[in-house]
Design a protein around this ligand. Structure first.
Ligand SMILES: CC(C)(COP(=O)(O)OP(=O)(O)OC[C@H]1O[C@@H](n2cnc3c(N)ncnc32)[C@H](O)[C@@H]1OP(=O)(O)O)[C@@H](O)C(=O)NCCC(=O)NCCS
Length: 191
């Protein structure tokens, strides 16, 4: 069974949205907020080295824990309107909530009016290939509209065909460029 597309009529920028993974696990998708910092930090530590590498394009092993904590605070302290925003996929495991996927949109530093923002997405390994990435990207489009972004840049390792296919599946005009060992995809949003 696929994710439930009729749920997409609800806009994640107005309310939390429920969805379901391919194997029937319930997800909540919502905008990120500052209280998510510990959950985002936990997601980072639960990712496999490969997923971390593909998301951050570099070695993340030697980063001191306090720097990870600081980054998690920075990435959750966003207004979801001007410079940065993010949508998280949350599941309840036992008594606790966990972030199992996140898509982030960020304008270039100091350019609150820029037409372009960079997108980055990651899904916890044990939840991959369940439609979560696709659902997050659909919600990213809703966030992009709220942020008045007109072009989305996504940067991949050139062999990351899963991620490239996922962005192409949005069905929007796009252009892929390979330079300096990275693939850059520019996706145009309609008005
Ligand atoms: C790229 C990434 C975000 C994709 O997330 P995901 O949750 O696995 O994505 P989805 O499950 O939506 O789609 C992946 C595949 O599963 C398939 N799939 C999803 N739901 C399905 C369903 N119900 N039935 C059959 N197949 C399904 C999709 O068709 C897709 O396969 P395809 O690429 O062959 O078409 C994830 O692999 C990841 O976190 N990678 C590491 C970070 C990264 O690479 N980020 C990109 C650079 S910023």
């Amino acid at each position: 069974m696929n994710m439930m597309p009729f749920k997409r009529k609800f806009d994640v920028t107005h309310q939390s949205v429920c969805s379901m993974t391919r194997d029937g696990r319930i997800l909540t998708l919502r905008l990120i907020h500052p209280a998510d910092a510990p959950l985002l930090e936990e997601l980072f530590y639960r990712l496999s080295p490969e997923s971390r590498w593909r998301r951050f394009h570099g070695l993340t092993d030697g980063i001191p824990p306090e720097r990870i904590t600081e980054q998690a605070c920075i990435m959750t302290n966003v207004d979801n309107r001007t410079m940065e925003g993010a949508v998280v996929a949350v599941v309840r495991e036992g008594e606790r909530e966990h972030i199992i996927g996140v898509v982030r949109l960020a304008r270039p530093p100091g350019q609150p009016d820029a037409a372009e923002a960079e997108a980055a997405v990651v899904v916890l390994d044990e939840y991959q290939r369940q439609g979560v990435g696709s659902e997050l990207l659909q919600r990213m489009l809703q966030l992009a509209r709220q942020m008045r972004v007109r072009r989305i840049l996504a940067v991949f390792q050139p062999d990351n065909s899963d991620a490239i296919r996922l962005f192409r599946a949005l069905g929007l005009p796009n252009r892929l460029e390979i330079s300096r060992g990275l693939a850059k995809m520019y996706t145009e949003l309609s008005e």
